[in-house]
Design a protein around this ligand. Structure first.
Ligand SMILES: Nc1ncnc2c1ncn2[C@@H]1O[C@H](COP(=O)(O)OP(=O)(O)O)[C@@H](O)[C@H]1O
Ligand SMILES: [Mg+2]
Length: 365
């Protein structure tokens, strides 16, 4: 049976783009967020409250046929009661695995998906030991709640240990060997409740300070794409996954090293709105609402650029042929994701030159 009422925990830009994708399908989203001015609240109804508030989560679950997420860090203990009230998709196990960088890497390793050498770090002594074992440079990260490069510290030499500890010490941490990657790529896919799986073309992503700046797609590399699909499929099947799932990879010496996964629609898949027959947002809704998945075929060559900290001038950007502009309706703050643009061209060379022009007009602050 097609489901048409979706409760979404978190009302950020991802939720907003989900809600917008739902309208033509006759799918209505309702959100839970602590802020009445959140991006998705501008386009769909909202329950106001903390994301882990038991009563508000129960209200969201009771009013909708399926609950999904714009933010994956809801505690398993807060989610478990919802399973008695409605469908929770993607499954709780997927959220729990992705919430902790140690359990995420354990899942990848169990499924024979390569990861960076790493060690759990609880105190400064363990950090010294991890460094002695894994070497420098490395990245010290909080195990939980990190995003957009927050809660991370790159250690170039022993002199950085004190500063790294000052910045993020005292919480559960993970130390990872620094990956000398040639590229970062990500794969977005969707799995339906009946086990149907679709994959988008691979995208190549450029980050600055740990946050996504821009990406191009399709990134054509058949060998990498085949392997990435195999890995994503393994994770989806192991978790009996329903919805859109993304894995971010490093390409090191031509091999894929899984960095992290996101049990939701993902920034590196925004290009699919204009760039594919069916967007990641529509396919997430199709998957969780028991509809057949849509074609993930690319319509051309795209580039997606994030607007961080400051919105660019739409007049000048929209003068670029084939550019689509997305404003999330957020208050500017340094480093904050405020919007993005996607350029769609029929040839890669045209995409590259339009991207170069767009980058001249966009400033990341
Ligand atoms: N082990 C590593 N080696 C090299 N670069 C890394 C490593 N871990 C993270 N980074 C860089 O930092 C970015 C953000 O790290 P990530 O683990 O994806 O955390 P977040 O949850 O903040 O996205 C990555 O996309 C990559 O550019
Ligand atoms: Mg990441």
């Amino acid at each position: 049976m097609k489901l048409s009422r979706v409760g979404v925990v978190g009302a950020g830009q991802l939720g907003r783009m989900l809600a917008l994708a739902g309208y033509p399908l006759g799918i209505r989203c309702m959100f839970l967020d602590r802020s009445a001015g959140a991006p998705a609240a501008q386009v769909a109804p909202l329950l106001t409250g903390e994301l882990e508030d038991a009563a508000q989560l129960a209200a969201l679950a009771s009013a909708n046929q399926v609950v999904t997420f714009d933010w994956e860090n809801i505690a398993g203990s807060a989610l478990a009661p919802l399973e008695k009230l409605t469908l929770v998709r993607p499954p709780r196990a997927a959220l729990e695995a992705s919430q902790d960088r140690m359990s995420e890497k354990a899942l990848f390793s169990k499924l024979r998906i390569p990861v960076a050498a790493h060690a759990a770090v609880e105190d400064k002594e363990q950090l010294q030991r991890a460094i002695a074992k894994l070497g420098l440079p490395g990245v010290l990260k909080t195990r939980r709640l990190g995003y957009d490069g927050k809660g991370q510290f790159v250690l170039r030499g022993p002199q950085d240990i004190g500063q790294a500890w000052m910045a993020i010490g005292g919480r559960g941490l993970i130390y990872e060997k620094f990956q000398q990657f040639s590229r970062e790529v990500s794969l977005v896919g969707a799995r339906s409740a009946t086990g149907e799986i679709v994959f988008y073309p691979l995208s190549a992503n450029t980050h600055g300070g740990g946050i996504l700046h821009y990406g191009i797609a399709p990134f054509v590399n058949r060998k990498l794409e085949r392997t990435a699909r195999l890995y994503l499929k393994r994770v989806m099947q192991a978790l009996a996954y329903v919805g859109v799932l993304t894995i971010e990879f490093f390409v090191v010496k031509g091999r894929l090293i899984a960095n992290e996964m996101a049990p939701r629609v993902h920034n590196s898949g925004h290009w699919t709105i204009e760039g594919c027959v069916t967007s990641q947002f529509e396919n997430h809704l199709r998957a969780i609402c028991n509809l057949p998945l849509g074609s993930t075929r690319a319509l051309g060559h795209t580039a997606m650029v994030n607007f961080l900290g400051k919105m660019p001038d739409p007049q000048r950007l929209l003068a670029i042929d084939g550019l689509a502009f997305h404003d999330y309706g957020k208050e500017p703050r340094p480093g904050r994701k405020l919007g993005h643009c996607t350029i769609l061209k029929s040839r890669a060379i045209e995409r590259n030159s339009a991207l170069a022009n767009a980058l001249k007009l966009i400033e990341w602050t």
